[in-house]
Design a protein around this ligand. Structure first.
Ligand SMILES: [Zn+2]
Length: 260
């Protein structure tokens, strides 16, 4: 018997009554779990295995017929994040985060920080008046860093200026140069222009202690380049655009653009 705590990232029906769920765990990466008789679960088991639920799963030693999935023996909910469902955009973001994690977490990898990040993001998305765009940027940048794609946020790569007034952050190479050091390139490189405040927010998100990640304020002017950079940076480095992200942009209000 194996007992794990985790967040349900995905679910799909199999056969008439059974369901597979994919669960992000601290010690085993994403586990595929077979829920027998999912069509006639009692409400406690039902809610503990639904999308985005954080629960404790007791798994049988016996593996499912496919040989990969473990079978669910019993389950108890820890936190369900009901409030999340009041916002279409919050659900879209939770689905997007789930798709990223399901795609990027290696099998059987220990990922306690990613689980903690996901739980924190779900918590903040569940708040009334959540700053959803900021939660999204935090998830994207911190996930990229935890997966090994850490942007170089220290100083201008060319002249060493710590906090230039305006700068260009290159997505592929993951470093920035200040406006004065920028050299026109013949081959266009994916990059985001931003003011100093956006750089400070990026530094905060990738460098600060976990307890403080979500505690930052960002002005309207600095916000759009932060959100654009975070999304493009993660997407470039994991090399995949998620379906739920398209949906999020279709339903989310657009951010006002940044002009230099
Ligand atoms: Zn410079």
């Amino acid at each position: 018997m194996l007992t794990v705590k985790g967040v349900v990232l995905n679910q799909r029906m199999t056969g008439e009554q059974d369901r597979f769920i994919d669960v992000l765990t601290a010690d085993y990466g994403v586990l595929e779990i077979l829920v027998k008789g999912a069509g006639k679960l009692n409400s406690k088991t039902g809610s503990a295995t639904q999308l985005f639920a954080y629960s404790e799963f007791c798994l049988a030693d016996k593996k499912g017929r496919s040989g990969r999935a473990r079978m669910l023996n019993s389950v108890s909910p820890i936190r369900i994040f009901y409030e999340l469902r009041q916002s279409v955009t919050a659900v879209a973001l939770a689905s997007y985060f789930s798709q990223v994690l399901q795609f990027a977490v290696l099998p059987r990898a220990g990922v306690p920080e990613l689980l903690r990040l996901m739980l924190n993001c779900l918590h903040f998305l569940s708040q009334k008046d959540a700053d959803e765009a900021a939660v999204k940027a935090v998830f994207e940048l911190r996930t990229a860093a935890l997966l090994g794609f850490m942007p170089d946020v220290i100083m201008c790569r060319a002249c060493g200026t710590y906090l230039p007034e305006a700068l260009t952050f290159y997505i592929e190479d993951g470093y920035f140069v200040c406006r004065d050091c920028e050299e026109p390139s013949e081959i266009p490189r994916p990059a985001v222009e931003m003011p100093a405040g956006t750089l400070q927010a990026i530094r905060h998100i990738v460098l600060s202690d976990f307890e403080k990640i979500f505690s930052f304020r960002i002005s309207e002017k600095c916000r759009e380049p932060l959100c654009r950079f975070a999304e493009e940076f993660l997407q470039y480095h994991i090399d995949r655009r998620m379906g739920a992200l398209e949906y999020y942009h279709a339903v989310a209000p657009p951010l006002s653009g940044y002009t230099t």
